[in-house]
Design a protein. Sequence first.
Length: 140
Amino acid sequence: AIERTLSIIKPDAVAKNVIGQIYARFEAAGLKVVAARMAHLSRQEAEQFYAVHKERPFFKDLVDFMVSGPVMIQVLEGENAILKNRELMGATDPKKAEAGTIRADFADSIDANAVHGSDGPDTAKAEVAFFFAGMNVFAR
Ligand code: CMP
């Protein structure tokens, strides 16, 4: 089915100037960017976005990292977009990510891991709604 998923290019990858290289991978895999905006998240936004992780030991480091610089946030649309994007990203820990994945090629650590992608249909819906009002998503 055609799905939408929320993707974030994290501060490490934005700082490395590889937004375009990452977008090229989405496009080559048949995923369309149907909404996008750059933002420097506030601590409150980052804490709210990652609220499911707030009891995890890595929560503070995760939030510190996500507010350390601008991020590029996009909605990707396409056949099986949620899983397809997760395959393109590779494992959360770049040391475990398969060769040729975004994290294997651009990430440095489990925190500075280049990209975020929704992990399922329910989170995709909630995460898209968190960053984009419906009117800012462009079907084509
Ligand atoms: P992301 O997909 O953005 O979702 C939560 C983030 O927490 C994850 O990517 C990692 O960057 C970060 N993180 C740090 N440590 C861990 C861990 N042990 N397990 C999962 N995620 C972690």
